[in-house]
Design a protein around this ligand. Structure first.
Ligand code: 4AD
Ligand code: MG
Length: 427
């Protein structure tokens, strides 16, 4: 008997096959029962009729509960009206009859669902989200590989901060202190001198006290770094990568986007050029929209929401005042950082941060001191400006922010299998 996955059922019409799955829903009408089966690759309706099962089997089938695990032998048939394939069950066996399942079809509070995250992952929307996430990850690897980037795994345990010292997780490291990485960027800067273009993709950590719908304390970042590029080339790379990622989801995840009730029109827009405006222009626009933001302020989450609701495609905001950005960013003559944040439209906000890096030894040393960072710990990073320094730059995206936007959901916590926030470390 051929063992088949639900996603492949259309290839087996009229054949007898074996499916191993969970019962995600069921109903009965006298002499016929309908089980909705879920095997990880998709959903299919199994039809059990008293007439075609033995008396014992029919009786046993009535013991079914939500989430029971089963092996089913069935003949595949096409739904008379829809592009769906059904299973006419000939025999079945329970692996386990599940105990009463705590997550029912009724509305549960989000805290309850998060407490039961280990079970909630099975729900159809959560399933769809992880599938979109998977496509975005795979597309990233593909894009980077096809565009001459080498994957360099940066360390998680670090002796210094990358993105400012206020959001560092500190831990005992034998007789010293260590910090969990906030971004692999500084290490990637070292690796460009060996490989030209590099990236990493892994978990990073921020001791975020904020409890917004965009912040996690552990999230997945893809940092990319390139030798011999200016800010424009950096932005062009980000634009083509994001376009490639969204395109991959449109090609591979239509069914998932449907489960998520995602309007795909805004995603299809991605083929158009992204907007590019300066921080000063963004401030002007925000003031027109009624914001109280100051000329030299960073954009807060609310400002980003307000601003991006006005746009139908991602927006680069460039040239922030240097004082609101990180120590390593190169500046122009007007004390503006040669940087850009990429904001997703429809109110989603920042998904990428990137910049040109300061490549002059003396200037960088000055910045490290200005930011009151320990010069000793940055000596290796300063070294890079001594031995063949080059103009270079890069960016980092937050995977969960991109998944949130592409899925069109409200909160970043649903995009990672087991979210960590200020109030949540379990399960
Ligand atoms: O803007 P950030 O802080 O930039 C960096 O870390 C740079 N070193 C990256 C680089 O140039 N290689 O973080 C990058 C992205 C943000 O744009 C955002 O998408 C995401 O990481 N991010 C978070 N996502 C979830 N929860 C948080 N607490 C996040 N903080 C940043
Ligand atoms: Mg940022």
């Amino acid at each position: 008997m051929e063992k088949v996955f639900i996603k492949d059922l259309q290839k087996f019409v009229d054949q007898e096959i074996e499916i191993k799955a969970w019962v995600s829903n069921f109903r009965s009408s006298g002499k016929i029962s309908f089980w909705e089966l879920r095997d990880g690759t998709g959903y299919s309706q199994a039809i059990l009729s008293q007439a075609s099962l033995s008396a014992d089997k029919w009786q046993e089938s009535n013991k079914v509960t939500l989430e029971s695990s089963v092996k089913v032998i069935a003949k595949v048939s096409k739904h008379p009206k829809k592009e769906e394939y059904e299973l006419q069950v000939e025999d079945f066996e329970f692996y386990q009859i599940a105990e009463e399942y705590p997550i029912s079809k009724k509305d549960h509070g989000v805290d309850f669902l998060l407490d039961n995250r280990h079970l909630w992952l099975r729900s159809s929307k959560q399933w769809a989200i992880q599938r979109v996430r998977n496509t975005l990850i795979q597309a990233t690897y593909r894009y980077m590989q096809e565009n001459n980037f080498i994957k360099i795994d940066s360390p998680i345990l670090t002796p210094n901060a990358c993105e400012g010292t206020t959001e560092l997780f500190e831990l005992e490291y034998f007789d010293k202190k260590a910090y969990l990485s906030q971004s692999g960027q500084l290490y990637l800067e070292a690796a460009i001198f060996a490989h030209g273009r590099v990236y990493d993709f892994g978990p990073v950590f921020r001791a975020e006290k904020s409890k917004t719908r965009r912040h996690l304390t552990e999230f997945w970042m893809m940092d990319a770094e390139m030798a011999f590029v200016d800010l424009k080339e950096n932005l062009d790379t980000q634009e083509s990568l994001v376009r490639f990622m969204v395109q991959a989801v449109l090609e591979n995840n239509q069914a998932d986007l449907k489960i998520l009730e995602r309007d795909t029109k805004p995603l299809e827009n991605i083929v158009k050029p992204f907007y590019r405006i300066t921080h000063a222009e963004a401030i002007k626009k925000l003031k027109e929209l009624g914001s109280q933001i100051g000329e030299n302020d960073d954009l807060g989450a609310e400002d980003e929401t307000k601003l991006t609701q006005e746009f139908d495609n991602p927006i680069f905001i460039t040239h922030y005042p240097a004082e609101v950005k990180a120590f390593y960013m190169k500046r122009d003559d007007n004390k503006r950082a040669l940087c850009a944040d990429l904001l997703a439209p429809e109110g989603y906000g920042e998904i990428i941060g990137g910049s040109q890096r300061e490549d002059d030894y003396e200037v960088l040393l000055e910045r490290i001191k200005e930011h009151q960072l320990p010069v000793d710990e940055f000596q290796w990073y300063l070294d890079l400006r001594k031995y063949g320094s080059v103009p270079h730059g890069g960016f980092g995206f937050g995977l969960e922010r991109i998944v949130t936007w592409v899925c069109g959901i409200q909160h970043v916590r649903e995009t990672i299998p087991f979210p960590r926030t200020i109030y949540r470390l379990r399960p």
